[in-house]
Design a protein around this ligand. Sequence first.
Ligand code: 5GP
Ligand code: ZN
Length: 118
Amino acid sequence: MEIHVMADCLFCRIIRGEVPSKKVYEDEHTLAFDDINPQAPTHVLVIPKKHIAGLKEAGSDDAELVGYCHLAAAEIARQRSIENGYRTVLNVGPGAGQSVFHMHVHLLGGRALHWPPG
Ligand code: 5GP
Ligand code: ZN
């Protein structure tokens, strides 16, 4: 049997309501909540309700979920009127700063964003 929910995963615990979060969006496939340590006026994390450790662990079965997370981020950006410029980011692996191993799209906006990122 495939396991989609991880008992000890922080973001699975947020999905189950065991860890509080400030929810900003939810649909059948995704949940979005404010990052606890925001790096921009809008810093939202969009996660699939299914546990996937990260982008490199996602399989072709997860293609729609990866897409849904990005479309949810775009919808939140629309609702917040930050469409002049926002960024969606996946940190993939510890070397890129991934610290929570439940895939999440960072939505950053509401200020000038520079390129390249650090
Ligand atoms: P990563 O470093 O894996 O790309 O991103 C993890 C993000 O999760 C970080 O930006 C961090 O601030 C955020 N985070 C860590 N623990 C919590 C928590 O308990 N609640 C919320 N809302 N965000 C968290
Ligand atoms: Zn999880």
